[in-house]
Design a binder for this molecule. Structure first.
Ligand code: NAD
Ligand code: ZN
Ligand code: ZN
Length: 468
């Protein structure tokens, strides 16, 4: 089969590798129909995660059709169309019974990334995420072995195109968990650090839940502009405003700060040269830049919710400030399995339209280019999806039009919006490519062999780049 493989920092290639085989009685083999590149893959791509070896297959956001089932698989059968949670959980252990699937204590033969481990079990295995998380080959491939198939694979209705449900595998439940951990509800105020896919979908979830003010901090004007236009966020560019937390507080009632804050950045946070250098030298586990801003922006008694990935220690962590403010911290990998039925419902009603953030649809063969675009933020890239074996799919125009994201809340554009250096116009990213240049839509092969309409979502808003 063809698969994306790692060959050192910034060097990924699509190669022919052996097909996966069933290894346990409750495994399935899945034929992948769509997969995405996640911000977490970028940590691997940049060579920042230990125990990744040459030839490793990445990818933990994927879906497809069940091709083969082990003898003990009862939850799905050959031909079922399923989305796969990136967390591999057994469903029966102490933690799985509490629906803390990311803490599953039976699936990971690795040790996890914890430093002061003592004798506790590692967290759940993850697809395509180093030997610390089990060394399980990922789904940026034509075929993938899915362990624990009675717990993970989530059946999705054939009426919804792949790209509408693909993000159930990771970033949508991650955003949902982050927003719920931050206790966001009707009338809440929230600040979201990071306008990548996780931050953007956090804004979508916060808006759906009725948040009154959503601040968003990043330094890519095109991402901030998109979030302002789509979710009504108040954008703050940290290249132009060196203290976004102060700007946020000044716009909240009583200058108290926001009710909840979400760190959708993680350990590679930019903005502190010292910490970036120390982290590169491994003298610092993570950059504390975003986290310090989060602690500063939230009100007393508020919640700091951290979906961004962190590793090891942070010297500049103001624990005393957190104590003084009486803060709650909630964080960790997402308990994906727990949220899927509810989130599918929100996609079906159109209340959540996660596919709207997609800017690049490439074939799996173009994975290396997809990684580069997403890593370097080129062509106004927000999210890349890859389609295995798609180059033979005929391109045809259809008539389906995606509904626009309903605008119901979100603060007005604020003075902070003036911090945007460059009013990014996503249409600059729209470019004609190959024989598809006239078509704004194409027909996508559903895993069941049918051809179904898959719209170019958000073509009103987003620079859509589609290449074959
Ligand atoms: P991304 O890399 O596209 O987005 C990160 C954004 O943060 C970028 O736009 C970047 O410009 C911005 N940023 C950098 N430094 C910043 C700072 N100091 N302040 C504000 N913004 C800053 O990635 P993504 O896909 O959105 O993922 C975000 C994080 O979430 C990553 O750390 C990823 O590993 C993590 N993640 C966690 C889970 C989970 O289960 N907890 C799941 C998915 C992703
Ligand atoms: Zn991910
Ligand atoms: Zn378990």
């Amino acid at each position: 089969m063809r698969a994306m493989t790692y060959h050192g920092a910034h060097d990924v290639r699509v190669e022919t590798v052996p097909d996966p085989k069933l290894e346990a009685a409750d495994d399935i083999i899945l034929r992948v129909t769509a997969t995405a590149i996640c911000g977490s893959d970028l940590h691997l791509y940049r060579g920042k995660i230990p125990t990744v070896e040459h030839g490793d297959i990445f990818g933990h956001e994927f879906m497809g059709i069940v091709e083969e089932t082990g003898p003990e698989v009862t939850a799905v059968q050959r031909g079922d169309r399923v989305v796969i949670p990136f967390v591999i959980a057994c469903g029966g252990c102490f933690f799985c019974q509490m629906e803390l699937y990311a803490a599953c204590e039976t699936t990971n033969p690795g040790r996890g990334a914890i430093l002061n481990k003592k004798s506790i079990t590692p967290p759940a295995a993850l697809f395509g995420f180093s030997r610390l998380y089990g060394g399980i080959p990922g789904g940026q491939a034509e075929l993938v072995r899915v362990p624990k198939a009675n717990t993970g694979p989530f059946k999705v209705p054939g009426t919804l195109a792949d790209e509408k449900v693909l993000f159930l595998s990771d970033i949508l439940p991650t955003a949902w968990q982050a927003v719920n951990n931050a206790q966001i509800g009707q009338g809440s105020t929230v600040a979201i650090y990071g306008a990548g896919p996780v931050g953007l979908l956090s804004a979508a979830c916060a808006k759906m839940l009725g948040a009154e003010q959503i601040f968003m901090v990043d330094h890519h004007p095109y991402r901030l502009e998109y979030a302002q236009r789509t979710y009504g966020v108040i954008p703050i560019n940290f290249d132009e405003d060196d203290d976004p937390a102060d700007t946020i507080i000044r716009q909240t009632a009583g200058h108290r700060g926001v009710d909840g804050v979400i760190d959708a950045v993680g350990f590679e946070a930019k903005g502190s040269t010292t910490e970036t250098v120390l982290a590169t030298l491994k003298l610092e586990g993570s950059s504390g830049k975003a986290l310090r801003q989060c602690i500063a922006a939230v009100r007393r008694g508020g919640v700091v919710s951290v979906p961004g990935v962190y590793a090891g220690f942070i010297h500049g962590f103001l624990f005393g400030d957190a104590f003084d403010k009486g803060l709650t911290f909630k964080m960790g990998q997402t308990h994906v399995q727990r949220y899927l039925p509810e989130l599918l419902g929100h996609i079906e009603t159109g209340a959540l339209q996660p596919d709207a953030i997609i800017t690049h649809r490439l074939s799996l063969e173009q994975a290396a280019e997809g990684y580069k675009l997403f890593d370097k933020k080129q062509e106004n890239c927000r999210k890349v999806i890859l389609t295995p074996g798609s180059s033979d799919v005929p391109l045809t125009e259809t008539t389906e039009t995606p509904p626009l994201v309903p605008a119901t809340c979100g603060g007005p554009a604020s003075p902070a919006g003036a911090g945007l250096a460059e009013r990014g116009n996503d249409h600059r990213g729209m470019r004609s490519t190959g024989n598809n240049s006239k078509s704004e839509r194409h027909v996508h092969r559903q895993g069941n062999g049918r051809l179904s309409a898959r719209p170019f979502a958000d073509h009103h808003h987003g620079g859509i780049v589609h290449r074959r």
